[in-house]
Design a protein around this ligand. Sequence first.
Ligand code: K1U
Ligand code: ZN
Length: 174
Amino acid sequence: MAIRPILIAPDPRLKQKSTPVTVFDAELQRLIDDMFETMYDAPGIGLAAIQVGVPARLLVIDLAREGEEKAPRVFINPEIVWTSADDLSTYEEGCLSVPEQYAEVERPARVRVRFLDAKGESHEEEMDGLAATCIQHEMDHLEGVLFVDHLSLARRSLLLRKVAKAQKLARAKG
Ligand code: K1U
Ligand code: ZN
């Protein structure tokens, strides 16, 4: 297993639409394993494949709290088949590709997701709370959308400028 570098905005690869996974082989399992290792190391509660530079419709999530047993979940080619529509929930989101920036985003409070597991078997699951927020955030990545794209232009520009400044400072420090 390996920790892969996480792409940071405004890397143009984060804006691309990912393509469906069609082959369920050892290479896919290695990518999944690396994504978990990268997410746990960051640390984060979710990660989409494009964040490590792979434009495949694949994401991982682990919502276990500190001290709880790990609860790794893999979602391949996920589709939202139902949302709670006007029943919305607001959460202060962060993103490993927009480091150290947080903002409130409003999304449907509950969603039903159809997805494949690592063996290619199909499942459907209704999610609420942080799970619903997190899967919608990660599925946005598959469409090239970042949480800052849900904000006003002024707020988005401010957060992205802060990221650019921090990255410049980090590079200068070596
Ligand atoms: O970059 C990502 O997509 C991961 C992101 C997921 C997410 C966070 C909050 C709301 C929706 C989606 C993160 O994991 S940011 C880091 C974070 O939230 C966290 C890190 C350590 C412990 C608890 C939370
Ligand atoms: Zn993210």
